[in-house]
Write a protein that binds this ligand. Structure first.
Ligand code: AMP
Length: 512
């Protein structure tokens, strides 16, 4: 007989790291031994004398920090499936996730207690406060039989579908280990690394790429409760940080904060960046302008990678060697990638196709949705729904097949490609392109822009300018000037919301 913990690859991996600091948060520094102790308490509280939760789902709402990880690991050590809930959700959103996951218990911190207690009580679900659990000693965790394998379900992450309600993406312990080890190898994580987390923890980026890779490697993860550009800069300026990973909008906000700083502070921040060995961007397309500006400020060419909740990371620019702006590089270790046409056959290099991914990092199923799971795979390959093209041996993402590949007047065009061109306009600070249904054109190319302070833009002059850079059918025939683009918690533009904005507005349209 063997303890469940030693069968969970991530937890088995950290045994024997006595005295090493695993996590730093606003409460202090916590060693790997503290994490093992606290997660054992959580597991004991969840088990209440049973030997194994047998994949019961435990949903939790906790501010990023040591407690968040202790609860995730405690659920795993008790044999449960961890369901991290998004901070900042409204009550009906949380109710949907808790009901869909059929959670048997809810764990929360003091901040979330008043939101989750009534939800649990109304459903007869156990509610546990982290503070209370932590005050209790741990019992020895039970041994379990060899039938427990890495194929056990470990986590459900909800992905926001573009039209439907969020689907629960189930990963096993083996999937998670594969997602972690691929990145640890490619980006050469080591015990000497220290990373700052400023991403939300209901998403693969923060959970796997930052926190889990750090802990797997014996590194230290400095966890911020939320993103604040000045606080992130303070962490970097404080020294010792070796890695930073985030989304394009975070880099944009860090650039704005750097621009607003005094010349002395700017010099200090830029100098501090030189101490890092790697800075990564992903989860949405990195504008080339942002990459270039960040390089001027930090000296780093951001490493852009591509991944998604269902597959972890799949494509990455190299750690060593040339990084191609606007591209996401080549397949990561252990990940197979192919591009296919509508008939499912591989396309020739240079022709756009849908990205399909195969390998041990690919998720197990959509929770409770066997039909959706079946539909997501073709001959064992996961169909990502993203279109890409291979040019000079590296992949370039053209966008979500369903939303970013527009069909206008018989042409297929990439919204991401048009956005990249429109950002060149001197008045444009941010830009997002969508296809708006149109009886004549199928879809019209529609651009929403946020302008630089004090600038103005009208459709006619914008079109005249854009025609110098883009073929006529790619030039937007609709324009909306907004104060801000609609974005989700990961900073991604919520394009369906943008389409709705265009459909509800009549201004800014050109007859073409
Ligand atoms: P999520 O499951 O929330 O991580 O979203 C995954 C989606 O984000 C992918 O299917 C892509 O559409 C998009 N994505 C991730 N990384 C990139 C990237 N580097 N460039 C463009 N799109 C990306």
């Amino acid at each position: 007989m063997i303890s469940l913990s030693t069968r969970i690859p991530l937890i088995a991996h950290v045994q024997g790291r006595h005295g090493r600091v695993a996590i730093v948060d606003s409460h202090g520094a916590f060693a790997y031994d503290d994490l093992l102790d606290a997660s054992a308490r959580v597991a004991t509280a969840l088990l209440t004398g049973r030997d194994d939760l047998r994949e019961e789902r435990v949903a939790f709402l906790i501010v990023p920090g040591f407690a968040w990880v202790a609860v995730q690991w405690g659920i795993w050590r008790a044999g449960g499936v961890a369901v991290p809930l998004p901070l900042g959700s409204a009550k009906p959103e949380l109710e949907y996730l808790i009901d869909d996951a059929q959670a048997s218990a809810l764990v929360f911190d003091a901040q979330a207690a008043s939101l989750l207690t009534p939800i649990g009580t109304a459903r007869g679900i156990r509610t546990l406060s982290y503070e209370q659990i932590f005050a209790h000693p741990s019992a020895g965790l039970p041994d379990i039989g060899p039938e427990i394998t890495n194929d056990r379900r470990a986590m459900i992450l909800y992905t926001s579908g573009t039209t439907n309600r969020p689907k629960g993406v189930v990963t096993t312990h083996a999937n998670i280990a594969a997602q972690i080890t691929s990145l640890v190898e490619a980006w050469e994580w080591s015990t000497d690394d220290r990373i700052v987390l400023c991403l939300p923890l209901h998403h693969v980026h923060g959970i796997i790429n930052v926190v889990s890779c750090a802990l797997w490697s014996g590194a230290t993860c400095e966890m911020l409760p939320r993103f604040d550009a000045n606080v992130v800069w303070d962490c970097i300026a404080g020294g010792g940080v070796t890695l930073f990973m985030s989304v394009p909008t975070v880099y944009v906000k860090l650039i704005v904060a750097w621009d607003a700083a005094s010349p002395e502070r700017r010099a200090e921040l830029s100098q501090a960046c030189r101490g890092l060995r790697l800075m990564v961007s992903g989860s949405s397309a990195l504008p080339v302008g942002t990459l270039e500006r960040w390089k001027e400020i930090s000296g780093h060419t951001l490493l852009e990678r591509y991944g998604m909740t269902e597959i972890g990371m799949a494509l990455s620019n190299p750690l060593r060697g040339e990084r191609t702006p606007g591209s996401v590089g080549t397949p990561l270790p252990g990940v197979e990638v192919q591009l296919v046409g509508e008939n499912g056959a591989q396309v020739v290099p240079g022709t756009p196709g849908e990205i399909e991914v195969r390998g041990p990092s690919v998720f197990a199923e959509y929770w409770g949705q066997p039909d959706a799971t079946r539909a997501a795979f073709r001959d064992g390959w996961f169909r990502t729904g993203d279109t890409a093209v291979v040019e000079n041996g590296v992949y370039r993402i053209l966008g979500r097949t369903s939303i970013d590949i527009l069909k206008t007047g018989g042409h297929k065009v990439s919204a991401l490609e048009i956005e990249e061109a429109l950002r060149e306009h001197p008045a444009v600070a941010e830009c997002a392109v969508v296809g708006v249904p149109d009886p004549e054109w199928g879809e019209r190319v529609a651009a929403a822009v946020v302008l630089n302070d004090g600038d103005a833009l009208d459709l006619e002059s914008f079109r005249a300018w854009a025609k110098e850079l883009l073929a006529a059918h790619k030039v937007p025939s609709r324009l909306l000037v907004l104060d801000a683009l609609p974005r989700n918690a990961m900073g991604k533009v919520t394009k369906p919301a943008l389409v709705a904005l265009f459909q509800n507005s009549c201004g800014g349209s050109a007859d073409v």
